[in-house]
Design a protein around this ligand. Structure first.
Ligand code: A3P
Length: 283
């Protein structure tokens, strides 16, 4: 493993906060046994992970097949975290996991296409702003000196989970190898009900219209922020000295990025991902 900075390590083409994962954990996942009923939620950080967790958990609760744990983080634990209990892999089916990894670090048996993956992507400008704020409150991440400094690190991939551009390209270009549903944070903000229905169809959960409405209600920003199982305020202050659920909207980047910075992101997007058929919603 190569050390990139005080907080960041790099191993197998993946940059990660050393407080969260390690080369040993990464290697161990190569022999992680996949079950057909497993579901993995994969995201680049700050793309709506805990939101999608709440949606998935609410769907499984109403549609049957949810094993209950004290909160969403324990119900749908991150596969890569150092403190993941050894018992997690031995849980009863169906197992739900979250993960920020690039495709090559995932358990190889996922390529058998039996277990499911939901990948959520967020526009990079709002992602930058959300990540900047999160880096200020999360003790395992480097506290940014300024927004400009953070932007530079982000665009160079010197943040946890590496380059956003690489993450998107990696999962998008390998999507045919997996049983995967791609969603965007912006589509979820603009039409949560349709997103919930898409997830239901993908998971094979036949929810009534009334139950779909219940999932939508439980997953609105306002209701989730008040839900102690879902809002991550249960994390100890030593890890998180602020709120996880900050604004939850599209377009906050306009309050942070200068015109020049925004144009730089546009250029990079064109250079790095221009050949992919991706559409982004910016406001
Ligand atoms: P902001 O910082 O822009 O508010 P992740 O869970 O991947 O870390 O992503 C966190 C982002 O998702 C935060 O964005 C957070 O507010 C937003 N989020 C969480 N729950 C949400 C919800 N119910 N609706 C909209 N956004 C939500």
């Amino acid at each position: 493993m190569e050390m990139i900075s005080k907080h960041l390590g790099r191993y197998k083409n993946y940059t990660f906060p050393m407080g969260f994962t390690s080369a040993e954990v990464i290697d161990s996942l190569q022999s992680f046994e996949i079950r057909d009923s497993d579901l993995f939620l994969v995201t680049y950080p700050k793309s709506g992970t805990i939101w999608t967790q709440q949606i998935i958990i609410s769907i499984c609760e109403l549609g049957g097949g949810l094993n209950k744990y004290p909160n969403n983080m324990e119900t749908m634990p991150w596969l890569e975290y150092l403190w993941v209990k050894e018992s997690y892999p031995n849980r009863p089916s169906p197992r739900l996991f979250s993960c920020h990894f690039i495709a090559d670090l995932m358990p190889p048996q996922l390529k058998d296409k039996k277990a499911k993956i939901i990948y959520v992507m967020r526009n990079p400008k709002d992602n930058i702003v959300s990540y900047y704020h999160f880096s200020k409150i999360c003790s395992d991440l480097e506290t940014p000196k300024s927004f400009e400094d953070f932007l530079e690190d982000y665009l160079q991939g010197n943040v946890g989970s590496g380059s956003w551009f690489d993450h998107i390209r990696d999962w998008h270009s390998k999507r045919d190898q997996y049983n995967i549903l791609f969603l965007s944070y912006e589509d979820m903000v603009l039409d949560l009900k349709t997103a919930v229905k898409k997830i239901c169809t993908f998971l094979g959960k036949n929810l009534s219209e009334a139950d779909v409405e219940k999932v939508v209600e439980k997953s609105t920003f306002k209701n989730m922020k008040e839900d102690p199982k879902a809002n991550y305020q249960f994390l100890p202050e030593i890890m998180m000295k602020g709120v996880f659920m900050r604004k939850g909207n599209i377009g906050d980047w306009k309050n942070y990025l200068t015109v020049a910075q925004s144009e730089r992101v546009d250029r990079l997007l064109q250079e790095r991902l221009g050949d992919l058929s991706l559409k982004f919603i910016w406001e």
